[in-house]
Design a protein around this ligand. Structure first.
Ligand code: UT7
Length: 329
């Protein structure tokens, strides 16, 4: 049965985001680690990143993004049935960031939990929420991607510390009766993948059950890059095929923002013009699970994404994990 034939459709009714105040430029980084603005811009497209203040936690970023999304949706926190937070940088090992957000929003009803798929986290969280809606179990859902990756970085490793930033983005999903037509608004298809064989290419060398510490991010960048372009192109193609669309039908790709060259190579392999890709990596760097909703928020607010547009969210991260979601705005 085609993914288009469902009773309930998850409509994305609002988006919000939050970026910490402090901006760290490439030039400022070059004063502390052996790198240059030219190298970072040429190899990644990144010019700056936001860094959370001391004491500012992932749940704080997530709560601000959630408040903005709720305000845009015009619904109170009490109307939310479920909160899913995608994060790999929780405030504490437990409880979840999602329950902290629930409390900070003043909610005492519904349920909240985290999803951990690193940079693919937002796409995973969206797929989880979509399936709860399709099952008829919830009506209004907050899906949030929030990270403080600055806390995981080895600031002496120039191969990784220049790449990441902090931030949060959130969407409100609402269950609407599906018309089961290609013009339905909302989430039309999702696809998730993982392959644990690639652990050593991108991981954090610490954790409660291994080292009892938080650890630092470690990455073999060149190999991750190669896998990213191959996997992302395949998952976008499969997600389109699931729902009977073609690459030419996509108005905007809203990708995970790891590296401008990955975004351009993926679009080119799909036969799409790079002008159709929303790029925020220059301002936000790689914010892991937060990058897709942060990019979505930028392009909705500047008027590029309009009601009825067909959007493709796609992401790849540690695990490896990867996935895509086809959404009519
Ligand atoms: O979000 C999860 C997914 N993550 C990603 O998708 C990241 C994927 N990978 C990448 O974005 C790129 O591979 C990087 C940006 C990490 C690296 O770019 P690259 O073109 O693959 O460079 P490289 O790792 O092959 O390194 C090229 C050279 C090396 O020097 P030698 O060995 O050729 O002498 C590095 O030591 O660049 C050097 N280098 C740097 N030089 C200046 C590495 N980092 C830096 C730096 N500044 N920050």
């Amino acid at each position: 049965m085609s993914e288009l034939h469902v009773r309930w459709r998850s409509q994305v009714i609002a988006v919000g985001s939050y970026l910490p105040e402090k901006i760290l430029t490439n030039a400022a980084l070059a004063a502390t680690v052996e790198t240059t603005d030219e190298w970072i811009v040429e190899r990644t497209g990144i010019r700056q990143r936001h860094i959370a203040a001391d004491g500012e936690m992932t749940s704080d970023l997530a709560t601000e993004a959630a408040k903005q999304a709720l305000s845009h949706a015009g619904i109170p926190a009490e109307a939310i049935d479920m909160i899913v937070v995608a994060t790999a940088t929780p405030d504490e090992t437990f409880p979840s960031v999602a329950t902290k957000v629930q409390h900070k929003l003043g909610m005492t009803r519904g349920f909240a939990f985290d999803v951990q798929a690193v940079c693919s986290g937002f796409v995973y969280a969206l797929a989880v929420a979509d399936n709860f809606i399709k099952a008829g179990q919830v009506t209004n859902v907050l899906v949030i991607g929030a990270e403080t990756f600055s806390r995981l970085l080895d600031w002496t490793d120039r191969g990784t510390c220049v790449l990441f930033g902090d931030g949060a983005g959130a969407v409100v999903l609402r269950a609407e009766k599906a018309q089961n037509s290609k013009t339905d608004r909302g989430i039309l298809a999702t696809r998730l993948h993982s392959d644990g064989r690639h652990h050593d290419l991108l991981y954090v060398d610490g954790g409660p059950s291994s080292t009892r510490t938080v650890g630092h991010l470690r990455m073999k960048g060149r190999e991750v890059f190669r896998h990213a372009v191959t996997n992302l192109t395949a998952v976008v193609g499969d997600t389109l095929a699931d729902s009977g669309f073609m690459p030419a039908d996509i108005d905007w790709i809203v990708p995970h923002q790891a590296n401008r060259r990955i975004l351009e190579a993926t679009a080119t392999k799909l036969g799409m013009n790079v002008d159709r890709v929303i790029v925020t990596v220059d301002r936000h760097a790689n914010t892991s699970a937060a990058s897709v909703p942060l990019a979505l928020n930028v392009a909705v607010n500047d008027g590029r994404i309009k009601p009825g547009d067909l959007l493709m969210f796609e992401a790849m991260g540690g695990g490896f994990t990867w996935g895509a979601a086809l959404v009519r705005w």
